[in-house]
Design a protein. Structure first.
Length: 349
């Protein structure tokens, strides 16, 4: 705010609000943080539900009437923001890209400056409390993989695997997950959600790309299981090539390294060891959103920063592999290199 000479900032995107205040709005609720150049802040939250959030003042609004969630919540929040701005009459206001901020911009005079680029960059480096929440989410994955290896066999329905893994994640988290249990739970496919009336078959590879979220913070990692525990020679060759990517990335990755260089190194390794390279990104940052900065993707040009968490998820896919395989670890970037946050077994059989 000092650099941009802002008199105030209005933040309405829920993950940004959570990052700045620790208050994660319920998914059906809207909220906003108003921050002034003197450092004073006001958080507007549904029903005053923000608890011990990091804000000087917390204002509640009625998000429900007799149990009905009100559709006009972003307008109600914008009205409260307008009251806060009227008290100080800021001329230059930073805003993020959210329904609340859009409503604020249409209701108030002043010059509005977009802040999303700054906010996404701020969120890259994880503080100790953020890492603790991410480690809890990741711990769900370890138990999920262990259970998956016990139940995966020819004939097991994808929906059963998904349902039981969700139950394991909730049990480890000790509370409901804070977001839909994402990523990939399809067998004999490159990815996708579990499919109705679709069961695993012998010869297929079950790709489990797990993404439980604990109090707003996501895990994102992947393991593969041969359904009948008898992978083909080609599947084993692909798996070994994928395994070789991780020591390579662990050797190269450290603050200041270009993400494109990591992508190129992994792609070259797979081409040499298997004959084909990457067909999707090598990885991405994780935090309050499943995909954040940095991007291990040749369409971006970023460098690693100390304190951020990124994934490495090389995959190989073709008909001879009966769809394909993918493995994924999450890494914390430290000054001297990276720490593997997901030291779970990677066995295919």
């Amino acid at each position: 705010m000092q650099t941009r000479r802002l008199d105030a900032a209005v933040i309405g995107l829920s993950p940004h609000v959570a990052y700045l205040t620790t208050h994660l709005p319920f998914w059906q609720h809207q909220a906003a943080l108003v921050l002034f150049s003197n450092g004073r802040s006001t958080l507007i939250a549904a029903n005053g539900s923000a608890g011990a959030a990091a804000a000087d003042r917390i204002i509640g609004y009625d998000s429900t009437w007799m149990g009905t969630q009100r559709e006009e919540q972003f307008e109600l929040v914008a009205e409260q923001v307008a009251v806060q701005l009227a008290e100080r009459r800021p001329k230059t206001i930073g805003i993020d890209c959210s329904a609340v901020s859009a409503a604020v911009a249409t209701r108030n005079d002043g010059t509005f400056i977009p802040l999303d680029d700054d906010l996404w960059q701020m969120r890259r480096r994880k503080d100790p409390d953020e890492l603790a929440l991410m480690r809890r989410a990741i711990s769900c994955c370890g138990a999920m993989y262990a259970h998956a290896r016990r139940i995966i066999e020819p004939g097991v329905p994808e929906l059963r695997v998904y349902g039981e893994l969700h139950a394991i994640a909730v049990d480890i988290a000790g509370e409901p997950l804070s977001a839909y249990l994402g990523n990939d739970y399809a067998c004999g496919a490159g990815g996708g959600p579990p499919r109705k009336a679709h069961a695993a078959e012998a010869g297929q590879i079950y790709i489990l790309d797990l993404g439980p979220a604990y109090r707003g913070y996501f895990a994102d990692n992947c393991r593969c299981v041969a359904v009948n525990r008898k992978p083909t020679d080609e599947q084993l060759r692909a798996w070994e090539a994928l395994l070789g990517v991780f020591p390579l990335i662990e050797h190269l990755a450290r603050p200041g390294v270009r993400c494109r260089d990591l992508y190129d190194a992994a792609d070259a390794h797979l081409r040499q060891q298997f004959g084909t390279g990457l067909t999707h990104h090598l990885g991405h940052g994780v935090g309050l959103w499943p995909h954040e900065f940095p991007h291990l993707n040749p369409r971006y040009d970023e460098v690693l920063e100390e304190g951020e968490v990124f994934t490495c998820e090389p995959g190989l896919y073709n008909a001879a592999l009966n769809a394909g395989l993918r493995l994924e670890n999450q890494y914390l970037v430290r000054a001297e290199g990276v720490e593997n946050l997901t030291p779970f077994p990677m066995e295919l059989a």
